[in-house]
Design a protein around this ligand. Structure first.
Ligand code: G
Ligand code: MN
Length: 391
Protein backbone atom coordinates (compact mmCIF):
# COMPACT_ATOMS: atom_id res chain seq x y z
CA UNK A 1 0.00 0.00 0.00
CA UNK A 2 1.93 2.99 -1.32
CA UNK A 3 0.34 5.83 0.60
CA UNK A 4 -1.01 4.24 3.70
CA UNK A 5 -2.22 6.67 6.31
CA UNK A 6 0.31 5.82 8.95
CA UNK A 7 3.25 7.01 6.87
CA UNK A 8 6.22 8.40 8.81
CA UNK A 9 4.54 7.37 12.01
CA UNK A 10 2.09 10.22 11.47
CA UNK A 11 -1.37 10.05 12.95
CA UNK A 12 -2.71 11.42 9.69
CA UNK A 13 -2.09 14.14 7.14
CA UNK A 14 -4.24 17.18 7.80
CA UNK A 15 -4.80 20.14 5.51
CA UNK A 16 -5.76 23.22 7.52
CA UNK A 17 -7.62 25.95 5.63
CA UNK A 18 -8.15 29.27 7.41
CA UNK A 19 -7.79 32.87 6.29
CA UNK A 20 -6.75 34.04 9.76
CA UNK A 21 -3.06 33.54 10.26
CA UNK A 22 -3.29 33.34 14.04
CA UNK A 23 -5.92 30.59 14.03
CA UNK A 24 -4.05 28.71 11.33
CA UNK A 25 -0.76 28.74 13.20
CA UNK A 26 -2.31 27.78 16.53
CA UNK A 27 -4.14 24.84 15.01
CA UNK A 28 -1.10 23.76 13.04
CA UNK A 29 1.27 23.68 15.98
CA UNK A 30 -1.32 22.01 18.19
CA UNK A 31 -1.90 19.23 15.68
CA UNK A 32 1.79 18.77 14.99
CA UNK A 33 2.34 18.32 18.70
CA UNK A 34 -0.36 15.67 18.68
CA UNK A 35 1.48 13.76 15.99
CA UNK A 36 -0.28 14.81 12.79
CA UNK A 37 1.45 15.85 9.62
CA UNK A 38 0.14 19.31 8.83
CA UNK A 39 -0.13 21.48 5.75
CA UNK A 40 -1.74 24.90 6.21
CA UNK A 41 -3.13 27.24 3.56
CA UNK A 42 -5.05 30.52 3.77
CA UNK A 43 -7.81 30.03 1.20
CA UNK A 44 -10.07 27.50 -0.46
CA UNK A 45 -8.35 27.80 -3.86
CA UNK A 46 -5.06 27.27 -2.06
CA UNK A 47 -6.52 24.11 -0.54
CA UNK A 48 -7.59 22.74 -3.93
CA UNK A 49 -4.11 23.41 -5.22
CA UNK A 50 -2.50 21.66 -2.26
CA UNK A 51 -4.74 18.63 -2.74
CA UNK A 52 -3.45 18.13 -6.25
CA UNK A 53 0.12 17.79 -5.12
CA UNK A 54 0.08 16.46 -1.58
CA UNK A 55 -1.32 13.30 -0.07
CA UNK A 56 -3.92 14.44 2.45
CA UNK A 57 -6.17 12.34 4.70
CA UNK A 58 -8.49 14.99 6.03
CA UNK A 59 -9.32 18.64 5.39
CA UNK A 60 -9.97 20.91 8.36
CA UNK A 61 -11.47 24.13 7.07
CA UNK A 62 -12.81 27.40 8.36
CA UNK A 63 -16.36 28.14 7.20
CA UNK A 64 -16.22 31.90 6.70
CA UNK A 65 -13.51 32.96 4.31
CA UNK A 66 -13.50 35.65 1.65
CA UNK A 67 -13.86 34.40 -1.91
CA UNK A 68 -14.88 30.84 -1.40
CA UNK A 69 -16.36 29.65 1.86
CA UNK A 70 -15.99 26.28 3.51
CA UNK A 71 -19.20 24.89 2.09
CA UNK A 72 -18.15 25.76 -1.43
CA UNK A 73 -14.77 24.27 -0.67
CA UNK A 74 -16.51 21.04 0.26
CA UNK A 75 -18.01 20.88 -3.23
CA UNK A 76 -14.72 21.73 -4.88
CA UNK A 77 -12.85 19.09 -2.90
CA UNK A 78 -15.07 16.46 -4.47
CA UNK A 79 -13.75 17.43 -7.87
CA UNK A 80 -10.31 16.23 -6.96
CA UNK A 81 -10.92 13.69 -4.20
CA UNK A 82 -14.07 11.63 -4.06
CA UNK A 83 -13.67 10.20 -0.57
CA UNK A 84 -11.66 12.79 1.31
CA UNK A 85 -13.27 13.70 4.66
CA UNK A 86 -13.82 17.42 5.28
CA UNK A 87 -14.33 18.84 8.76
CA UNK A 88 -15.60 22.39 9.02
CA UNK A 89 -14.98 24.70 11.97
CA UNK A 90 -17.06 27.78 12.37
CA UNK A 91 -16.76 30.84 14.54
CA UNK A 92 -20.52 31.27 14.69
CA UNK A 93 -23.25 28.74 14.84
CA UNK A 94 -25.34 29.03 11.72
CA UNK A 95 -27.97 26.39 11.29
CA UNK A 96 -28.28 27.03 7.56
CA UNK A 97 -24.61 26.54 6.95
CA UNK A 98 -24.49 23.44 9.10
CA UNK A 99 -27.44 21.94 7.27
CA UNK A 100 -26.01 22.74 3.85
CA UNK A 101 -22.73 21.20 4.87
CA UNK A 102 -24.43 18.12 6.18
CA UNK A 103 -26.43 17.63 3.08
CA UNK A 104 -23.22 17.74 1.10
CA UNK A 105 -21.67 15.08 3.29
CA UNK A 106 -19.44 17.05 5.61
CA UNK A 107 -17.59 14.71 7.95
CA UNK A 108 -17.78 16.94 10.98
CA UNK A 109 -18.88 20.39 12.03
CA UNK A 110 -17.18 21.98 15.03
CA UNK A 111 -17.38 25.33 16.75
CA UNK A 112 -14.33 27.50 17.38
CA UNK A 113 -12.33 27.01 19.43
CA UNK A 114 -12.70 23.25 19.23
CA UNK A 115 -12.03 21.12 22.29
CA UNK A 116 -8.64 19.53 21.72
CA UNK A 117 -9.64 15.95 22.50
CA UNK A 118 -12.68 16.11 20.33
CA UNK A 119 -10.74 17.59 17.44
CA UNK A 120 -8.00 14.98 17.66
CA UNK A 121 -10.57 12.20 17.91
CA UNK A 122 -12.42 13.40 14.84
CA UNK A 123 -9.25 13.78 12.82
CA UNK A 124 -8.08 10.30 13.70
CA UNK A 125 -11.40 8.80 12.82
CA UNK A 126 -11.49 10.72 9.53
CA UNK A 127 -8.03 9.46 8.66
CA UNK A 128 -9.04 5.85 9.24
CA UNK A 129 -12.25 6.18 7.30
CA UNK A 130 -10.41 7.79 4.44
CA UNK A 131 -8.12 4.78 4.28
CA UNK A 132 -11.09 2.46 4.36
CA UNK A 133 -12.85 4.36 1.59
CA UNK A 134 -9.78 4.10 -0.61
CA UNK A 135 -9.47 0.39 0.09
CA UNK A 136 -13.09 -0.19 -0.78
CA UNK A 137 -12.61 1.58 -4.05
CA UNK A 138 -9.52 -0.49 -4.74
CA UNK A 139 -11.30 -3.74 -3.82
CA UNK A 140 -14.18 -2.97 -6.12
CA UNK A 141 -11.76 -2.22 -8.90
CA UNK A 142 -10.06 -5.58 -8.30
CA UNK A 143 -13.28 -7.49 -8.27
CA UNK A 144 -14.03 -5.73 -11.49
CA UNK A 145 -17.55 -4.76 -10.70
CA UNK A 146 -19.14 -1.34 -11.03
CA UNK A 147 -17.13 1.79 -10.37
CA UNK A 148 -18.34 2.67 -6.91
CA UNK A 149 -20.28 5.88 -6.78
CA UNK A 150 -19.11 8.63 -4.46
CA UNK A 151 -20.85 8.18 -1.16
CA UNK A 152 -22.13 11.67 -0.48
CA UNK A 153 -24.16 14.20 -2.36
CA UNK A 154 -21.34 16.67 -3.01
CA UNK A 155 -19.22 13.90 -4.46
CA UNK A 156 -22.00 12.61 -6.58
CA UNK A 157 -22.92 16.08 -7.84
CA UNK A 158 -19.36 16.81 -8.83
CA UNK A 159 -18.86 13.47 -10.48
CA UNK A 160 -22.13 13.79 -12.34
CA UNK A 161 -21.35 17.32 -13.50
CA UNK A 162 -17.98 16.22 -14.81
CA UNK A 163 -19.49 13.19 -16.49
CA UNK A 164 -22.15 15.33 -18.17
CA UNK A 165 -19.44 17.48 -19.71
CA UNK A 166 -18.14 14.54 -21.68
CA UNK A 167 -21.37 12.68 -22.23
CA UNK A 168 -21.75 11.51 -25.80
CA UNK A 169 -23.18 8.75 -27.91
CA UNK A 170 -21.43 5.81 -29.49
CA UNK A 171 -22.93 4.21 -32.56
CA UNK A 172 -23.02 0.51 -33.32
CA UNK A 173 -24.34 -0.84 -36.62
CA UNK A 174 -27.31 -3.18 -36.83
CA UNK A 175 -27.03 -5.03 -40.12
CA UNK A 176 -29.38 -6.86 -42.41
CA UNK A 177 -27.57 -10.00 -43.52
CA UNK A 178 -30.11 -10.70 -46.27
CA UNK A 179 -29.29 -7.47 -48.09
CA UNK A 180 -25.81 -6.96 -46.68
CA UNK A 181 -26.75 -3.46 -45.72
CA UNK A 182 -26.98 -1.35 -42.59
CA UNK A 183 -30.48 -1.34 -41.17
CA UNK A 184 -29.81 0.99 -38.25
CA UNK A 185 -27.33 2.21 -35.65
CA UNK A 186 -27.91 1.88 -31.96
CA UNK A 187 -26.90 4.98 -30.00
CA UNK A 188 -25.22 4.00 -26.74
CA UNK A 189 -24.56 6.34 -23.86
CA UNK A 190 -20.93 7.01 -23.03
CA UNK A 191 -18.91 9.40 -20.89
CA UNK A 192 -15.16 9.95 -20.81
CA UNK A 193 -15.18 10.68 -17.09
CA UNK A 194 -13.74 7.51 -15.62
CA UNK A 195 -15.65 7.10 -12.33
CA UNK A 196 -18.98 7.31 -14.15
CA UNK A 197 -18.12 6.05 -17.59
CA UNK A 198 -20.41 3.06 -17.41
CA UNK A 199 -23.88 3.98 -18.58
CA UNK A 200 -25.64 2.23 -15.72
CA UNK A 201 -23.55 4.09 -13.14
CA UNK A 202 -24.22 7.39 -14.86
CA UNK A 203 -27.94 6.69 -14.97
CA UNK A 204 -27.93 5.61 -11.33
CA UNK A 205 -26.14 8.81 -10.34
CA UNK A 206 -28.65 10.90 -12.29
CA UNK A 207 -31.46 9.12 -10.57
CA UNK A 208 -30.03 9.64 -7.10
CA UNK A 209 -29.65 13.35 -7.81
CA UNK A 210 -33.15 13.60 -9.26
CA UNK A 211 -31.59 14.57 -12.56
CA UNK A 212 -32.83 11.61 -14.55
CA UNK A 213 -35.03 13.71 -16.82
CA UNK A 214 -32.20 16.16 -17.38
CA UNK A 215 -29.83 13.41 -18.48
CA UNK A 216 -32.52 11.85 -20.67
CA UNK A 217 -33.11 15.16 -22.41
CA UNK A 218 -29.41 15.66 -23.03
CA UNK A 219 -29.15 12.21 -24.55
CA UNK A 220 -32.17 12.78 -26.76
CA UNK A 221 -30.76 16.09 -27.99
CA UNK A 222 -27.68 14.27 -29.14
CA UNK A 223 -29.66 11.45 -30.64
CA UNK A 224 -31.66 14.02 -32.61
CA UNK A 225 -28.48 15.42 -34.11
CA UNK A 226 -27.40 11.91 -35.03
CA UNK A 227 -30.69 10.99 -36.64
CA UNK A 228 -30.91 14.30 -38.47
CA UNK A 229 -27.34 14.75 -39.66
CA UNK A 230 -24.98 11.86 -39.03
CA UNK A 231 -26.78 8.79 -40.28
CA UNK A 232 -26.88 7.82 -43.95
CA UNK A 233 -30.27 8.21 -45.66
CA UNK A 234 -32.77 5.49 -44.93
CA UNK A 235 -30.87 4.20 -41.90
CA UNK A 236 -32.74 4.15 -38.59
CA UNK A 237 -31.52 5.14 -35.13
CA UNK A 238 -32.18 2.84 -32.19
CA UNK A 239 -32.02 4.55 -28.83
CA UNK A 240 -32.50 3.35 -25.28
CA UNK A 241 -35.14 4.94 -23.15
CA UNK A 242 -35.35 4.29 -19.42
CA UNK A 243 -38.85 3.37 -18.38
CA UNK A 244 -38.71 6.30 -15.93
CA UNK A 245 -38.22 8.70 -18.86
CA UNK A 246 -41.68 7.81 -20.09
CA UNK A 247 -42.96 10.14 -17.37
CA UNK A 248 -41.05 13.15 -18.75
CA UNK A 249 -43.49 15.49 -20.56
CA UNK A 250 -40.62 16.78 -22.71
CA UNK A 251 -40.53 13.40 -24.46
CA UNK A 252 -43.95 14.03 -25.96
CA UNK A 253 -43.39 17.66 -26.90
CA UNK A 254 -43.77 17.82 -30.70
CA UNK A 255 -41.29 20.70 -30.66
CA UNK A 256 -38.57 18.70 -28.88
CA UNK A 257 -35.49 18.00 -31.03
CA UNK A 258 -35.98 14.26 -31.19
CA UNK A 259 -39.69 14.55 -32.02
CA UNK A 260 -38.65 16.26 -35.26
CA UNK A 261 -36.95 13.09 -36.45
CA UNK A 262 -39.15 10.52 -34.69
CA UNK A 263 -39.92 8.73 -37.97
CA UNK A 264 -36.29 7.64 -38.08
CA UNK A 265 -36.09 6.56 -34.47
CA UNK A 266 -36.78 3.22 -32.83
CA UNK A 267 -37.14 3.58 -29.08
CA UNK A 268 -35.78 0.64 -27.09
CA UNK A 269 -37.42 -0.24 -23.81
CA UNK A 270 -35.63 -2.83 -21.76
CA UNK A 271 -37.12 -5.98 -20.37
CA UNK A 272 -34.65 -5.83 -17.49
CA UNK A 273 -36.69 -3.32 -15.57
CA UNK A 274 -40.27 -4.00 -14.80
CA UNK A 275 -42.56 -1.95 -17.00
CA UNK A 276 -45.40 -2.51 -14.59
CA UNK A 277 -44.09 0.33 -12.46
CA UNK A 278 -44.73 2.84 -15.23
CA UNK A 279 -48.24 4.04 -14.81
CA UNK A 280 -50.31 3.99 -17.94
CA UNK A 281 -47.55 2.59 -20.08
CA UNK A 282 -49.88 1.83 -22.95
CA UNK A 283 -50.93 5.41 -23.41
CA UNK A 284 -47.29 6.54 -23.17
CA UNK A 285 -46.39 4.17 -25.97
CA UNK A 286 -49.40 5.26 -27.96
CA UNK A 287 -48.30 8.89 -27.73
CA UNK A 288 -44.82 7.93 -28.90
CA UNK A 289 -46.25 6.11 -31.88
CA UNK A 290 -48.37 9.10 -32.79
CA UNK A 291 -45.21 11.22 -32.91
CA UNK A 292 -43.78 8.69 -35.37
CA UNK A 293 -41.53 6.58 -33.15
CA UNK A 294 -41.29 2.85 -33.48
CA UNK A 295 -40.88 0.66 -30.42
CA UNK A 296 -38.42 -2.13 -29.67
CA UNK A 297 -38.21 -4.47 -26.69
CA UNK A 298 -34.56 -4.59 -25.60
CA UNK A 299 -32.70 -7.41 -23.85
CA UNK A 300 -35.39 -9.98 -24.54
CA UNK A 301 -34.73 -13.16 -22.63
CA UNK A 302 -33.12 -11.59 -19.58
CA UNK A 303 -35.88 -9.72 -17.91
CA UNK A 304 -39.21 -10.49 -16.49
CA UNK A 305 -40.85 -13.61 -17.72
CA UNK A 306 -44.29 -13.50 -19.20
CA UNK A 307 -45.76 -11.47 -21.92
CA UNK A 308 -46.48 -8.15 -20.30
CA UNK A 309 -43.85 -6.38 -22.37
CA UNK A 310 -45.50 -7.62 -25.58
CA UNK A 311 -49.00 -6.77 -24.49
CA UNK A 312 -48.02 -3.36 -23.14
CA UNK A 313 -45.77 -2.31 -25.97
CA UNK A 314 -46.95 -4.06 -29.16
CA UNK A 315 -43.36 -3.79 -30.35
CA UNK A 316 -42.26 -3.31 -33.95
CA UNK A 317 -38.93 -4.94 -33.17
CA UNK A 318 -37.56 -7.24 -30.49
CA UNK A 319 -33.90 -7.51 -29.60
CA UNK A 320 -32.71 -10.89 -28.36
CA UNK A 321 -30.25 -10.45 -25.53
CA UNK A 322 -26.65 -11.44 -26.09
CA UNK A 323 -26.89 -14.03 -23.34
CA UNK A 324 -29.22 -15.92 -25.65
CA UNK A 325 -27.04 -15.31 -28.68
CA UNK A 326 -23.72 -16.30 -27.15
CA UNK A 327 -22.73 -19.71 -28.47
CA UNK A 328 -26.01 -20.21 -30.31
CA UNK A 329 -24.07 -22.11 -32.97
CA UNK A 330 -23.07 -24.78 -30.44
CA UNK A 331 -25.97 -24.91 -28.05
CA UNK A 332 -29.07 -26.67 -29.35
CA UNK A 333 -31.32 -25.28 -26.60
CA UNK A 334 -30.43 -21.70 -27.41
CA UNK A 335 -30.89 -22.37 -31.11
CA UNK A 336 -34.36 -23.77 -30.47
CA UNK A 337 -35.45 -20.78 -28.43
CA UNK A 338 -34.10 -18.32 -30.98
CA UNK A 339 -35.71 -20.08 -33.89
CA UNK A 340 -39.09 -20.39 -32.16
CA UNK A 341 -38.97 -16.76 -31.11
CA UNK A 342 -38.07 -15.62 -34.63
CA UNK A 343 -40.94 -17.68 -36.05
CA UNK A 344 -43.50 -16.24 -33.64
CA UNK A 345 -42.29 -12.70 -34.16
CA UNK A 346 -42.55 -13.07 -37.91
CA UNK A 347 -46.14 -14.28 -37.54
CA UNK A 348 -46.82 -11.07 -35.65
CA UNK A 349 -44.83 -8.93 -38.12
CA UNK A 350 -42.25 -8.06 -35.53
CA UNK A 351 -38.64 -7.65 -36.66
CA UNK A 352 -35.99 -9.62 -34.77
CA UNK A 353 -32.53 -8.29 -33.92
CA UNK A 354 -29.90 -10.57 -32.40
CA UNK A 355 -27.58 -8.59 -30.11
CA UNK A 356 -23.98 -9.24 -29.17
CA UNK A 357 -23.02 -11.32 -32.20
CA UNK A 358 -19.30 -11.84 -31.84
CA UNK A 359 -18.26 -14.67 -34.13
CA UNK A 360 -18.75 -15.72 -37.72
CA UNK A 361 -20.25 -18.99 -36.46
CA UNK A 362 -22.90 -17.16 -34.45
CA UNK A 363 -23.58 -14.94 -37.46
CA UNK A 364 -24.20 -17.90 -39.77
CA UNK A 365 -26.26 -19.82 -37.21
CA UNK A 366 -28.50 -16.81 -36.56
CA UNK A 367 -29.16 -16.31 -40.26
CA UNK A 368 -30.21 -19.97 -40.45
CA UNK A 369 -32.49 -19.55 -37.43
CA UNK A 370 -34.40 -16.71 -39.04
CA UNK A 371 -33.26 -13.55 -37.23
CA UNK A 372 -33.66 -10.51 -39.49
CA UNK A 373 -30.99 -8.21 -38.16
CA UNK A 374 -27.68 -8.65 -36.38
CA UNK A 375 -25.69 -6.42 -34.04
CA UNK A 376 -22.41 -7.08 -32.27
CA UNK A 377 -18.64 -6.87 -32.33
CA UNK A 378 -18.60 -9.21 -35.35
CA UNK A 379 -19.90 -6.29 -37.43
CA UNK A 380 -18.66 -3.31 -35.48
CA UNK A 381 -18.05 -1.97 -32.00
CA UNK A 382 -19.85 1.09 -30.69
CA UNK A 383 -17.81 4.07 -31.94
CA UNK A 384 -18.04 7.81 -31.58
CA UNK A 385 -18.28 8.14 -35.34
CA UNK A 386 -20.82 6.44 -37.53
CA UNK A 387 -18.68 3.83 -39.28
CA UNK A 388 -19.73 1.22 -41.85
CA UNK A 389 -19.82 -2.41 -40.61
CA UNK A 390 -17.27 -5.02 -41.52
CA UNK A 391 -18.59 -8.09 -43.30
O1 G B 1 -28.71 -3.14 -22.90
P1 G B 1 -28.22 -2.91 -24.30
O2 G B 1 -28.57 -4.02 -25.22
O3 G B 1 -28.63 -1.56 -24.85
O4 G B 1 -26.62 -2.87 -24.18
C1 G B 1 -25.80 -3.09 -25.23
C2 G B 1 -24.38 -3.18 -24.68
O5 G B 1 -23.74 -4.32 -25.21
C3 G B 1 -23.53 -2.00 -25.07
O6 G B 1 -22.91 -1.48 -23.93
C4 G B 1 -22.50 -2.55 -26.04
O7 G B 1 -21.24 -1.93 -25.87
C5 G B 1 -22.46 -4.01 -25.68
N1 G B 1 -22.17 -4.84 -26.85
C6 G B 1 -22.51 -4.58 -28.13
N2 G B 1 -22.12 -5.59 -28.96
C7 G B 1 -21.51 -6.50 -28.18
C8 G B 1 -20.89 -7.76 -28.44
O8 G B 1 -20.82 -8.26 -29.55
N3 G B 1 -20.38 -8.42 -27.35
C9 G B 1 -20.45 -7.92 -26.10
N4 G B 1 -19.91 -8.63 -25.10
N5 G B 1 -21.02 -6.74 -25.81
C10 G B 1 -21.55 -6.03 -26.83
MN1 MN C 1 -30.17 -1.40 -26.27
Amino acid sequence: MGDAEQQNGSRGRVLIVDDEEGVRDTLASLLRRKGFTVTAVDSAPGAIQALQVEPIDVVLSDVHMPGMDGVQLLREVRRVALDLPVILISGAQSLDTALAAMELGVFGYLLKPPAVDELVGRLERATRLHAIARLKREALRLVGDAHPLPGDRAGLEQAFTLALETVHLAFQPIVSPATRSVFAYEALLRSDYEPLNRPLDLLAAAERLDLGFHLGQRIRERAAIAAGRLLPDGVLLFMNLRPADLADPQLYDPGAPLSQVAMRVVVELTERESLDRVSDIESCVERLRRLGYRIAIDDLGTGYAGLSSFTHLSPDVVKLDMALVRGVDKDGRRAKVVSAMAGLCHDMRIGVVAEGVETEEEHQALVGLGTDYLQGYRFGRPLREVKPPSW
